[in-house]
Write a protein of this length. Structure first.
Length: 307
């Protein structure tokens, strides 16, 4: 019985952002508002793209998928966190924690691959405009989206499997507002060296790999734009890319800081604040970044509203 007691705990306590009751209410309102904006913004984005046949292009196909992904991604974490801040109920069951980690890793990894795919799409459009329709066929676009999800599946299976093979004894507290891989590893009483190495190797290679695709694509894009003869074509090309670059810098900057550096599992306090960025803020900003900086979407929105 002693051994059994040693490995199985039925629930964890999430202690991220422990502070005064007043600020808990503020956090709850903040998270709830951001979540509502995320869902509404992304649904609008999906509807605009669906309803306007001019937007049935590879770029918008990926954007529509990104919006769907952001709704799922945000839904795994934000509503639960908002409720926990509001009611002060911070416990999460063992299985609940595992499934939250599984889906968070799935959608988070998929998002990184999506950003790489979208960078490749912009690279093809700007650097090989004549071959764009041939290269970015409907089939390739669908395969790229499926491939992104498949990569997400592989990563989240590895992360969740490795993390929940650890034993958790007395320490049930997780220093985070959701079941993040690093924070859960930190709460274990097993030797976690192998886990930290696996996390660093797998997450590190995914982040560095997708970031490389993104930055190499944008390197070529910037060189191509600079060499364009007319100022107007330069401006047009740059405006379609600048919004994407904003999202990329935000996402990869915060994620790199969180997972792709040694000792990522050992400094949970500063990571709480940073992870709010890529779990809550970026899914909320994406639709705004892509609509407000985009003439086609604005034009389409005006048309829909006139109807």
């Amino acid at each position: 019985a002693k051994m059994e007691n040693h490995t199985r705990i039925s629930e964890f306590i999430l202690v991220g952002f422990k502070s005064h009751p007043g600020s808990q209410l503020l956090l709850s309102v903040l998270f709830s508002t951001m979540y509502i904006v995320t869902v509404v913004g992304n649904i609008c984005m999906i509807l605009i793209i669906r309803m306007d046949s001019n937007l049935h292009t590879p770029m918008y196909f990926f954007l529509e998928n990104l919006s769907t992904l952001d709704i799922c991604y945000s839904s795994v974490i934000t509503p639960r966190a908002a409720l926990a801040f509001l009611l002060g109920r911070r416990s999460i069951s063992y299985n609940g924690c595992a499934s939250q980690m599984f889906f968070f890793s799935l959608f988070g990894t998929t998002e990184a691959f999506f950003l790489a795919v979208m960078a490749y799409d912009r690279f093809t459009a700007i650097c090989n405009p004549l071959l764009y329709q041939v290269i970015m066929s409907r089939r390739l676009c669908v395969l790229m989206v499926m491939g992104s999800y498949l990569s997400g599946c592989i990563n989240c299976t590895i992360q969740t499997g490795f993390t929940f093979s650890l034993s958790f004894c007395g320490r049930r507290e997780i220093n985070h507002f959701f079941c993040d891989v690093a924070a859960v590893i930190h709460a274990s009483c097993s030797d976690t060296l192998v886990n930290e190495l696996v996390m660093l190797a797998v997450c590190g290679s995914i982040i560095v790999g997708t970031a490389l695709v993104v930055f190499i694509s944008y390197g070529y894009i910037i060189i191509t734009i600079v060499q364009m003869p007319s100022a107007e074509s330069r401006h047009k090309a740059f405006s379609t890319c600048s919004s994407h670059m904003m999202t990329i810098c935000l996402f990869f900057g915060t994620v790199f800081f969180m997972y792709a550096q040694p000792g990522a599992a050992s400094s949970p306090n500063k990571s709480n604040t940073i992870s709010v960025f890529y779990t809550v803020v970026i899914p909320m900003l994406n639709p705004f970044i892509y609509t407000l900086r985009n003439r086609e979407v604005k034009g389409s929105l005006r048309k829909q509203l006139k109807r």
